[in-house]
Design a protein around this ligand. Structure first.
Ligand SMILES: C[S@@+](CC[C@H](N)C(=O)[O-])C[C@H]1O[C@@H](n2cnc3c(N)ncnc32)[C@H](O)[C@@H]1O
Length: 302
């Protein structure tokens, strides 16, 4: 069978037996049968995706078809393509992922963009050297992207999960090997910032913020992401108060805390920031115009 035919059959299977080009097949926006099928077949054949699309008339061998069917079965069972491939692109770089970490989401790129903007204005105002810490780091996608984008900055990472830190350490090695990451990055096991020493001009975090009931629904739908990465307690806000209080103690004057939030949580998280002492607290929207990031500053006089 040709690559074209294998892809078409797989896309229909992934779309639940419906032609994915049909006008409305009721698929969620994260679910793209044609893209998923081509990513999995490219992985099977050891090709970059653009090379696969240049090979649509080639024959797929029986051995490759067997390997592809196994990957397709995992996708049909609900496993994320990122876990099957072992990698997900974030801010233009590949990050290794497995079941020990959350798959990086595109909306988290806003946290990075705002962090870079803050670091540039802090450096212009106060000079360097600058230190930044990323808590709840998971794969390390936020902290390591900041480190890659701003060489010379000192960056450290922490997470409560030893498994997540092992994935973050693998990403450090991979980015260093690719020449993307120039300096060393420390990884620490810590409950929020409890075991994180030193002071910082910027602390970032994307903590678990899904409420427990919704987390249960996500898991009943077959998700295999770590519960620790999603479940933010009864209202999803369990970690923000302690995180804000701990961050305030570790920030230098003029420093900032930047956190990702769920779209309904802006007002509540902003209030927790103010309670911890932060000033000029702001809620920022993502590309879908949803509240996504809260930022607060530690003033010089504080
Ligand atoms: C939503 S994931 C974010 C991962 C990554 N920063 C990202 O943006 O893709 C949340 C992370 O917080 C970690 N975590 C959960 N509770 C924690 C705690 N009390 N202290 C530190 N990390 C925690 C989880 O292990 C998980 O890696």
């Amino acid at each position: 069978m040709t690559v074209r035919k294998v892809l078409a059959n797989a896309a229909i299977l992934l779309a639940g037996g419906v032609d994915p080009d049909a006008a409305d097949v009721g698929l969620g926006e994260r679910f793209n049968p044609r893209l998923d099928a081509s990513l999995l077949l490219a992985k099977t054949l050891g090709l970059a995706r653009h090379r696969l699309l240049a090979s649509l008339s080639d024959q797929v061998t029986a051995a490759d078809a067997t390997v592809f069917d196994a990957l397709l079965s995992r996708r049909l069972a609900g496993e994320s393509v990122a876990y099957i491939l072992g990698s997900r692109e974030f801010y233009g770089r590949p990050f290794l992922v497995d079941h020990r970490v959350l798959v990086p989401r595109p909306e988290t790129e806003l946290l990075v963009a705002l962090a870079l903007g803050f670091l540039d204005s802090f450096a212009a105002h106060y000079g360097g050297p600058l230190r930044c810490h990323d808590a709840c780091t998971g794969s390390g996608c936020v902290g390591l992207t900041i480190a890659c984008q701003r060489p010379g900055l000192s960056v450290s990472l922490s997470d409560l999960s030893a498994g997540a830190l092992a994935v973050a350490a693998a990403n450090i090695r991979a980015l260093q090997a690719d020449g993307e990451l120039l300096g060393a990055v420390d990884c620490l096991e810590s409950d929020l910032l409890a075991a994180v020493p030193g002071t910082y001009c910027l602390i970032t975090a994307n903590p678990p913020y899904v409420d427990s009931t919704t987390t249960d629904v996500i898991f009943s739908g077959g998700s295999v992401e770590p519960r620790l990465a999603l479940d933010g307690g009864a209202d999803g806000l369990r970690l923000y108060g302690d995180l804000a209080a701990q961050a305030y103690q570790r920030l230098v004057a003029g420093g900032a805390l930047l956190v990702e939030i769920g779209e309904e949580q802006g007002a509540a998280v902003a209030a927790l920031f103010r309670q911890a002492g932060f000033r000029d607290v702001g809620v920022k929207q993502d590309l879908a115009d949803q509240d996504r990031v809260v930022i607060g500053y530690k003033h010089e006089a504080d």
